[in-house]
Design a protein around this ligand. Structure first.
Ligand code: ARG
Length: 465
């Protein structure tokens, strides 16, 4: 024996020299993959039971292995487990401890298995759990939005296109727009989950194993829907991580857009909302400042989640089959994506119910930009004028309003009639913000009656999901 340290390593047999100290640290993943401990142990327990089921190990050996793994799980949860960088990763840390605890029998656990199918299995089990809890977090935020929508169905705000006042809309309708986006995000996560919940175990290193394993048995124990159909694919591709990251990037893109609105609305220039003090911070130099840190940070964090998606795509794109160590790099972007999503969804769901609405300011803003001009054009169409001509007539009325600093609804009947003799005093009902809003009374429209229906439909859907 030389002074090499490889005797301690599960793969040390063919090596004659110690791992370089820096290389040991460079190649280790235990610093971050320890997060997979629960799923690694669950996978090992199922594997051991399967080995006994088909007679590769005895029932007594399986019982010892399972008890040993459960003991290790308890130790880790109590913070009573020293992670070893020399043992590289979560898989070898746990296996080495098992052998320490139960002796020779522990050495049989890795029969018919490789770290390659093991890590792919761990990651899928982990991601399945995280998708489920992210779906709950999304639903909590969706419910918050539906509650606000119901409360504010009659609240008028200016709707914008090009960030110019366009038409009056219900604030509740606006909230339901965000809810609709989050519902698609939710469906995307559920869809990705189907492709996550497939079991790689049995693929072993890359080609399968010569042992008479029963993959369906293991899959049933672990709650997988099916087993991976090709061993090379099973150990190598991380498309399920990429697909999840893409869905996550879309969630963050939506939250970022929403953040942008909250930031604009809470500015002195809009003054539509006030964010609760406990969700803001001040400035160290300007005493008057109250900054919308939470939405700003969420907007900022959307960048890193998109960055992780791009990292993962780049990580995967040049890898030949089958497993390559490159794949160890999938974990940090995935974990950070999961953490960022959890935090962002939570902070939004906590903050939104406490936002104060400046309803008068929203109403006043809606009156400023001739937001009922389209209603006047539609009114003229109902009186028999072609839409293009009506558009021209109203354009001239708006010009008059701009020159005289007056909204359409503030003009006299006589003034309005100068633009078209078809205008009558029934026009004022149409020019009011409430009238304009109530007129858009079809499914998907902003009429408060439709908003209430949409609220009920969303509640029913959220209960079913
Ligand atoms: N830590 C490794 C990873 O995250 C586990 C698989 C290692 N497999 C191997 N053949 N070195 O991918």
């Amino acid at each position: 024996m030389t002074d090499d340290n490889t005797a301690d390593k599960p793969w040390g047999g063919r090596f004659t020299e110690s791992t370089d100290a820096f290389v040991e640290a460079f190649t280790a993943s235990i610093g971050f993959d320890q997060r997979l401990y629960r799923h690694d142990i669950a996978g090992s327990i199922a594997h051991a039971r399967m080995l006994a089921h088909v007679g590769i190990i005895t029932e007594t050996e399986a019982t010892d292995i399972v008890a040993g793994l459960e003991g290790i799980l308890a130790d880790i949860e109590q913070g009573d487990f020293a992670w070893s960088v020399a043992l590289e990763d979560i898989h070898m840390n746990i296996e080495a401890r098992l052998i320490e605890r139960i002796g020779e029998t522990g050495k049989k656990l890795h029969t018919g298995r490789s770290r390659n199918d093991q890590v792919a299995t761990d990651l899928r089990l982990y991601l399945r759990d995280e998708i489920d809890s992210l779906c709950s977090a999304l639903q909590r935020l969706q419910t918050v939005l539906v509650d606000i929508a119901e409360r504010e169905a009659d609240t008028v705000m200016p709707g914008f296109t090009h960030l110019q006042v366009a038409m009056p809309v219900s604030f509740g309708h606006h909230m339901l727009a965000w809810e609709a986006m989050l519902e698609r995000d939710h469906q995307r996560l559920l869809d990705a989950r189907k492709r996550v919940n497939v079991m790689p175990l049995g693929a072993a290193a890359l080609a399968g194993t010569g042992f008479p394993i029963d993959r369906d048995f293991t899959a049933a124990l672990l709650g997988f829907d099916s087993i991976a159909g090709n061993s090379l694919d099973a150990v190598s591709d991380r498309d399920f991580v990429i697909e999840f990251s893409a869905a996550a990037a879309l969630v963050m893109m939506h939250l970022s857009r929403f953040s942008e609105e909250l930031i604009l609305w809470s500015s002195a220039q809009f003054n539509f909302i006030e964010l609760p003090d406990r969700f803001c911070t001040g400035s160290s130099i300007m005493p008057q400042k109250k900054n919308p840190d939470v939405p700003e940070l969420v907007r900022g964090k959307s960048g890193r989640v998109t960055g992780h998606l791009v990292s993962l795509l780049m990580l995967m794109k040049s890898q030949p089959l089958a497993y390559n160590k490159d794949n160890q790099e999938d974990k940090e972007p995935l974990f950070d994506t999961v953490d960022t999503l959890h935090a962002s969804l939570r902070v939004f769901a906590d903050m939104l119910p406490a936002v104060t609405l400046q309803r008068d300011n929203m109403q006043a803003a809606a009156l400023q930009g001739f937001s009922t001009a389209t209603d006047l054009a539609d009114y003229l169409v109902c009186k028999g004028i072609a839409f293009r001509d009506a558009h021209e007539i109203v354009g001239r009325a708006v010009r008059f309003g701009i020159d005289n600093a007056r909204d359409l609804s503030a003009m006299s009947l006589q003034e309005l009639q100068a633009f078209s003799s078809e205008i009558d005093d029934d026009v004022f009902a149409v020019l009011k913000l409430e009238g304009s809003m109530a007129a858009r009374n079809h499914p998907g429209g902003t009429a408060p009656a439709q908003v209430r229906k949409a609220v009920s439909a969303a509640r029913r859907r959220l209960q079913q999901d």
